[in-house]
Design a protein around this ligand. Structure first.
Ligand code: GLA
Length: 351
């Protein structure tokens, strides 16, 4: 069997998913593919063209997998598939991913979703329930990393739709595809900084959001009003960001791309000043995008490094990207990498 699961870029709606809020991600044309071949015996092996080492997992021993650290993702996926009552048999998994690691483009999620799809039996009812698959992939990822993520990344990878972003309601898990205008180019630039501190700071931000909701007396910050969070910058970001997601969808539907760009910039400012997950290099990258013709730009993903997403007119996209890369290199002394992404369909079995 062969499966694929794309990475994602989030246009707006950052650090809102675990407060039951809204997000606007898209699945991108960078993906993880796994070819799985049954093997005799009770061992699962995994090799990857990009990740070093060979994972080897004895199915009847409760030991941590021998080999590289990414074996924890394989172990996590096996655990959740078994937790659904399915047997996992011996298999050789060949993993190939084009999602850059440590960039905030959900390479771990693409791997986890693909692993769950590769390890579920072919006729498992879970295959047709994307909400459940998202939860299983999240559980596998949390088991592997210990980071208490929300469902944004998994839902984006599973529900992706070519040509569309996805308005995701993280309370009901309703997904509404939003067409992206053809004249809009989505550009992604990696700052050259791995997401340092992302895991511990992420957990701290999530705890602060939950504490704020408890203090206000609401189930989650989605239910708080701007007045209720006026004096709490962390909570203020979540409330203002939710409003920006909905405003961004309205602007996209109206084809008002300058307004979309302004909303992205406001989102970045809020992540920088209120939620405090930016870094000077990411701010410089946003400035460079704007200086070279983008409608708007913002850090995407958890923050603390990784990527900035910029929206530019398709007609000038190559120039915008080239000039942004050169400018940022000069401003920061870092080595960025950048590319254009297109929205693709979500994860599934390919053969
Ligand atoms: C990471 C998490 C997501 C989400 C984003 C921030 O990507 O995995 O669940 O919280 O950060 O928006």
């Amino acid at each position: 069997m062969e499966v694929r699961a794309p990475g994602r870029v989030n246009l707006i709606g950052e650090h809102t998913d675990y407060s039951d809020g809204w997000c606007l991600p898209l699945a991108i044309d960078r993906e993880c593919r796994i070819r799985s071949v049954p093997r005799p015996g009770r061992v699962v092996t995994a090799r990857s063209a990009e990740l070093a080492g060979t994972v080897q997992l004895a199915l009847d021993e409760a030991a941590t997998p021998a080999g590289p650290r990414w074996g924890r993702f394989v172990a996590g996926a096996i655990e959740v598939v078994r937790g659904r009552g399915h047997d996992v048999g011996g298999a050789d998994l060949a993993v190939h991913s084009t999602v850059p690691a440590g960039a905030g483009l959900s390479s771990s999620t693409a791997l986890s979703v693909a692993l769950v799809l590769a390890l579920l039996p072919p006729d498992a009812p879970e295959r047709t329930d994307r909400d459940l698959l998202a939860r299983l992939a999240l559980a596998a990822e949390v088991a592997a990393t210990g980071v208490p993520g929300g469902l944004l990344d998994q839902m984006a990878s599973l529900y992706g739709r070519a040509g569309h972003a996805l308005l995701l309601d993280c309370r009901s898990l309703a997904v509404e595809p939003v067409p992206l205008p053809a004249e809009l180019a989505i550009l992604v630039v990696h700052s050259g900084i791995e997401r340092e501190l992302a895991d511990s700071e992420y957990a701290a931000r999530r705890a602060a959001c939950e504490a704020a909701a408890a203090r206000i007396g609401v189930p989650a910050l989605r239910d708080a009003t701007a007045d209720q969070v006026a004096d709490d910058p962390i909570a203020r970001h979540v409330v203002s960001e939710n409003a920006r997601v909905l405003a961004c969808v309205t602007a996209l539907r109206a084809g008002d791309l300058p307004a979309v760009g302004a909303i992205l910039l406001a989102g970045h400012a809020s992540l920088r000043d209120d939620f405090r997950v930016s870094r000077p290099e990411l701010d410089a990258l946003v400035d460079a995008f704007i200086a070279h013709g983008a409608y708007g730009a913002r850090l995407t993903g958890a923050g603390f490094g990784g990527c900035v997403v910029g929206l530019a007119p398709a007609a000038g996209a190559e120039e915008c990207l080239g000039a942004t890369l050169a400018d940022y290199r000069t401003r920061s002394g870092r080595t960025p990498t950048g590319f254009r992404v297109t929205p693709v369909d979500g994860a599934g079995v390919t053969g």
